[in-house]
Design a protein around this ligand. Structure first.
Ligand SMILES: C[S@@+](CC[C@H](N)C(=O)[O-])C[C@H]1O[C@@H](n2cnc3c(N)ncnc32)[C@H](O)[C@@H]1O
Length: 330
């Protein structure tokens, strides 16, 4: 179990100030402090408040959380698996109005900073019961009698059998402990194993009408994302479907192309023009409802990672779709 630093001692890492309204695109800020003082631990994923449009949290997670509140009103308890700096928890408190939160991440230095970040930026008017611990997926929160209405995960997609090799250059965002669980072949082949195990573990933590939201930079067909939920014993739905320009294409595309040569995937990409045209004018809510239909419309433009890497080198802009999968108790 983590030995958490006392709340008053500042953890190690790089300080960052975040104007919550600007970062989240939400105004006024009601449930947390309007200006967040954050410490980013060395191995933690750094939020990008300078350019919120390039950050997953404001562009993918915030719209999904807003839909949840529209549908069911305030949400009492919220957890994040792999919380990094903990700004996702602050976001859950702000948008969902959560009063009980749980956060995990792999290393104690990350969770120590995350806990400090969360506690430091709470508002006196909105008390929150905070549970943070380090370790694998949800196991650090076991044994506390906790259940959650919404569990969020934005875990990395990486080949599970590469876990040991990755240890050497351990950067938390691509670290996965060696797994002992039985993983369905399709999840293994499409780098979805960590999401699958997280969903399986969530069954133990979900409240009666609770659900998990998995944000997936889906380079794989939606059918496989749905299967993740079904094979974990949950019911799938898509909250939203959108797209992103492939950032750091010269690093990411050859990696996915190489995985294809090892028989994994295929991993799918699209020319940016096709994504712009197909998603044009579709609201967040409609994108979720029509996700399967949109994927069909994109089919003629779909290319593999190997083709995408060639197109990228020839100067073409390449993107991939992003799905927010909602996996609910049956
Ligand atoms: C892309 S970051 C997401 C950070 C944050 N949740 C957000 O959305 O901004 C993925 C996080 O998952 C964590 N992670 C990776 N494997 C994990 C595991 N097996 N258990 C818990 N956390 C894990 C990483 O350390 C990293 O902080």
């Amino acid at each position: 179990m983590a030995t958490q630093a006392p709340a008053h001692s500042v953890p190690a890492g790089t300080p960052l100030t975040i104007d919550a309204a600007h970062y989240l695109g939400v105004s006024p800020i009601r449930h947390v402090k309007p200006e967040w003082r954050i410490i980013v631990a060395e191995r933690a994923f750094r939020p990008n408040p300078e350019n919120p449009q390039a950050d997953w949290l404001p562009t993918v997670v915030v719209p999904a959380l807003k839909l949840i509140v529209e549908d069911r009103g305030p949400v009492k308890s919220f957890a994040s698996i792999g919380a990094g700096a903990g700004v996702d928890i602050l976001t859950g408190i702000e948008i969902l109005g959560a009063t009980v939160v749980g956060a995990t991440d792999v290393f104690p230095d990350i969770t120590e900073a995350a806990e400090w970040n969360i506690r430091q930026n709470l508002s006196n008017e909105h008390p929150v019961d905070v549970h943070v611990n380090h370790g694998d997926l949800l196991t650090p929160l076991q044994g506390r009698g906790l259940s959650f209405d919404v569990i969020y995960e934005n875990l990395p997609n990486i080949p599970i059998d590469n876990a040991n090799a990755l240890e050497e250059k351990r950067k938390s965002s691509n670290f996965v402990p060696p797994r002992t669980e039985k993983i369905p072949q399709f999840a293994h082949d499409h780098l979805l194993a960590l999401h699958y195990v997280a969903l399986k573990q969530s069954l133990e933590f979900l409240s009666a009408d609770g659900f998990v939201i998995s944000t997936l930079g889906g380079r794989v067909p939606l059918e496989y994302l749905s299967r993740l939920a079904v094979e974990s014993g949950l019911t799938p739905d898509f909250l939203s479907y959108s797209w992103k320009l492939q950032a750091l294409g010269e690093e990411v595309l050859p990696s996915y192309a190489e995985l294809e040569t090892r028989g994994l995937g295929p991993f799918y990409y699209y020319p940016v023009e096709a994504l712009e045209k197909t998603f044009n004018g579709i609201s967040t809510r409609d994108s979720g409802v029509r996700a399967i239909e949109i994927e069909k419309e994109l089919l003629p433009y779909r290319i593999t990672a190997t083709q995408a890497w060639q197109a990228y080198q020839a100067g073409q802009r390449i993107g991939h779709t992003v799905a927010v999968l909602k996996s609910a108790r049956r």
